[in-house]
Ligand binder design. Sequence first.
Ligand code: ADP
Ligand code: TRP
Length: 327
Amino acid sequence: MTTILSGIQPSGLLHLGNYFGAIRQHIALQEEAGEHFYFIADYHALTTQRNPQLMRELVWETAVTYLACGLDPAKAVLFRQSDVPEVTEIAWLLATVTGMGLLERAHSYKDKLANQIKPSVGLFTYPVLMAADILAYDSTLVPVGKDQVQHVEMTQDMAGYFNGAYGDVFQRPEMRLEETENMQKVPGLDGQKMSKSYGNDIWIFEEGKKLKKLCGRIVTDSRPPEEPKDPEGIFLFDLLALFLEPMELEQWKEKVRQGGEGAPGYGHLKMRLKDAMENYFAPARARRAEYLTHPEKVEEVLQAGAKKARQRAQQVRDRALRACGLR
Ligand code: ADP
Ligand code: TRP
């Protein structure tokens, strides 16, 4: 049986980079044979987020975004990490067999130190909790982006240490690297990688005047519309490529290459982007609006998900406790 698991931190309103780089692929996975667990990593988010009100909002927004974008609770188990406290017990068991050296080598930890972030013990042991997330459901496959590869390798190591000490308890998970295939990173308003931390992001449900204003802020140069240009050097086209049919995209590019009288200015292309993006997310935006008027429906999904996830995690925890002589 294939058991696919993935987690996402509720660290902000989800933007176009998150959608095209992660959420869309996550949701597509539910069509594959096997079981599917998706969770909102709120325990993990505590390593960086200390505002309780914001935490509640972001957990809710993350859940609603997945549901609005098409996650089907009949196919996939959606839940909050903290609704399954067994993962923290499993994390403790893993911590007792894991050497300091393994965690000291974590890139994510070293990067945070290099960025002068004062580390908490929780930040240091972040990979142990992540390993517990994965092992708690007997996951066989974890789709991840490049930045999480090392964490899954560490999970494989920790499963190996525990099994080495106590026999076959944990299922060794495999990972699947989600290439953002032929698509490079989604650029932000300034042309750098779109990221919450750079403040150059566009929330997927942005609309109307605010979206218009954001699109207006996309950085372009001061060449006039008539001047023939190479569209490859204009990252506004990378954003348009996310939404337009290939034919339409090519037509715009050709007009820009030609220049002259009929060539569109950047302002024109930005407004095309705004309309296309609004249109693309319209069905999901409508579903989100429905959930906004019935927030209890989101809670119902999360509670039902938690129940299923907990059942599995309890079995795995009990197996682990027995193996090490605590039962
Ligand atoms: P942020 O950089 O905004 O903090 P995260 O690091 O939380 O985003 O990313 C969450 C997921 O979204 C990851 O799987 C990551 O690979 C994906 N992602 C984030 N930004 C982009 C982007 N600009 N292009 C493609 N994928 C992205
Ligand atoms: N660390 C992951 C991230 O920041 C989120 C996460 C937590 C996760 N636990 C997980 C992802 C387990 C996959 C499996 O993106």
